[in-house]
Design a protein around this ligand. Sequence first.
Ligand SMILES: [Zn+2]
Length: 227
Amino acid sequence: MITDTLDAVHRGHAHDVDLEDTFDFLNTDDTENGFPLERLTTLDVALDWFVDRGVIHGEGADRVRAIARDDPARAGRLLARIRGVRGALREVATALVERRSPTARALETINRALHARQVIELVPSTEGVHVDHRHVGDPVDDALARLAEPLVLELTAGHPERIKICDSDTCFWVFYDDSRTSRRRWCDMSTCGNRAKAARHRARARARTGVPAATADAQLDAEVAPL
Ligand SMILES: [Zn+2]
């Protein structure tokens, strides 16, 4: 039956990528102690990340590595494309949060990535018809398309208003707010949420005592430490 074959194709090749994977991808453009921290430092690291998330096959990644070894300039361009699509996806998430249109350039970059998606097609077989798949782009393009898709689906059939960016001054993680009231402000309450609470506590105490900031911070660091 065609549906069975379609399912098999889906299971075998179209690895399940969910919105969390997409956000994890966006959050590889990270920060640490308020400073930018690039997690996808090299093409190799990026390919490892893709293999780990199942958006690229091991053989596909090896093929790209072999090409990259022979052509460092091409490796550089590939890494730039990966980061470019990631940046474009983040721009869409940011635009959603800020209730504005994303830049035309970001949309163009994402649409180009989406077009690189592998296609399935019907081919004749001895028993009738068979579903085959065909890669139209290279494995990296296909991986980027897979990572873009959950965000696109969320926009069309999900809850885009639940896509948020952490409110912390030192963290810009994109996250999905699945709270009942949809009013979550931080990517993680136990880290960013508590840091923000501690900062508010310090600011309030400073206002109350009129003590210079540095002194108040030193005093209050001890006080809010368990947070
Ligand atoms: Zn955060």
